[in-house]
Design a protein around this ligand. Structure first.
Ligand SMILES: Cc1cc2nc3c(=O)[nH]c(=O)nc-3n(C[C@H](O)[C@H](O)[C@H](O)COP(=O)(O)O)c2cc1C
Length: 363
């Protein structure tokens, strides 16, 4: 292959790689097709540069050449991890059931992006030199750095995660003494989502394999109840929040600033008086409790009971929510809350059991 052919192939390969990254937010089949094309292009790229491998014996004399080879090997490893996790996610081969292939795929793509940057830094001068090379390298560095942090975040916020609730919920038991009630508040159940669940996309949503929506706090509450035993109920607002997550965020802010919480109820109706411990599962909203959760916490019937906060969040941890809970409730709030980052929910069942066991030891 001539220099021109190699250049075209390398450019196409680069384009396919970035199209693959963006394809994360495009239809699945398109993403898979881009992935296959990228792998085929990579085979051609290696074939066109076979001379490098043939002369490998003589070309490993200095540190720079060894670093280059290490970079190529790591890049090959990350592409292999991308391919294997991609095949597993596409369901083409029944690979490792319990493995979080999504996390592998995302991690491998971020690793490949960073390693590709160093690969281009070394070999890009074949095609671009001087000031243009420096500029492009600078832009590439910014892109790699931004993607390193942004990709996992964007993936979680713009991609619904498909889970098997039954498989996630089951796990080690860590029952608490006395009667236990798990109460949760979640966006799902309190939002006017369109009838057609497929039309719903956006922040922090999970689906079961049949396409049904599951809220983050709802999923956690099911895991908590399975571990702790006892009953479960949901906090439901009388009026639903709007389907768009940004609209909900805005409406929540208005409610908090104006001090106009929505009216709510607990479903199914429960007699709070009979419980010793209430595990309260909620999402962090604007760094604190969603207004309906604050309303529930202020229920007089909770006075003297043990209240265990379990917080799901998008990076803010428990925020000020536990301090605010202490100010709001007459219940005895557990010293340490359990916090679960929204992306970690599918793999948090054991963390929940461990937390409950620690809690039980302190009782
Ligand atoms: C109105 C609103 C405000 C939010 N504010 C925060 C926040 O301040 N900090 C944070 O880390 N996450 C925030 N989030 C993200 C949620 O806490 C997170 O996505 C959670 O897992 C959602 O749980 P759910 O699906 O049960 O509602 C907010 C989400 C919404 C809808």
């Amino acid at each position: 292959m001539g220099t021109r052919g190699k250049k075209l192939l390398d450019l196409a390969l680069l384009g396919l790689f970035f199209a693959g990254l963006l394809g994360l937010f495009l239809p699945r089949r398109l993403h898979e097709a881009l992935g296959i094309l990228f792998l085929l292009g990579l085979l051609l790229h290696n074939g066109a540069n076979a001379g490098y491998y043939r002369a490998l014996g003589q070309s490993l004399r200095n540190v720079s050449q060894r670093v280059n080879l290490a970079n190529i090997m790591l890049l090959a490893g990350s592409v292999l991890a991308l391919a294997v996790s991609g095949v597993a996610l596409a369901g083409w081969l029944p690979l490792g059931e319990g493995v979080n292939w999504r996390a592998w795929h995302l991690g491998a793509s971020v690793a490949a992006l960073v390693l590709l940057f160093f690969h281009l830094l070394r070999h890009g001068r074949r095609y671009v030199r001087g000031r243009r090379f420096t500029l492009l390298a600078g832009a590439g560095f910014v892109l790699a750095a931004v993607s390193f942090f942004a990709l996992p975040y964007l993936d979680r916020w713009y991609h619904t995660v498909v889970v098997n609730p039954a498989a996630l919920v089951a796990g080690e038991k860590a029952s608490l003494p006395g009667r236990v009630l798990t109460v949760y508040f979640s966006r799902v159940g309190n939002t006017a989502f369109p009838e057609d669940a497929d039309a719903v996309s956006g922040a922090s949503l999970m689906r079961d394999e049949a396409g049904g929506l599951i809220g983050n706090a709802q999923m956690i509450a099911a895991m908590v109840q399975n571990a702790a035993g006892g009953d479960q109920a949901a906090i439901l607002t009388a009026a639903k929040y709007p389907a768009g997550s940004r609209d909900t965020v805005r409406q929540a802010k208005t409610e908090m600033e104006r001090g106009t919480p929505p009216s709510w109820r607990v479903f199914p109706r429960v007699n709070l008086a009979v419980y010793d411990t209430v595990i309260l599962v909620y999402p962090l909203w604007w760094g604190t409790l969603p207004p309906a959760v604050a309303g529930f916490a202020s229920e007089p019937a909770l006075a003297g009971k043990r209240l265990v906060p379990v917080v799901t969040h998008g990076g803010g941890g428990a925020g000020d929510s536990v301090e605010d809970l202490r100010k709001t409730t007459k219940a005895r709030v557990a010293e340490e809350p359990l916090t679960i980052y929204s992306s970690d929910i599918p793999s948090s069942r054991q963390k929940i059991a461990d937390y409950l066991k620690r809690l039980r030891e302190k009782m």
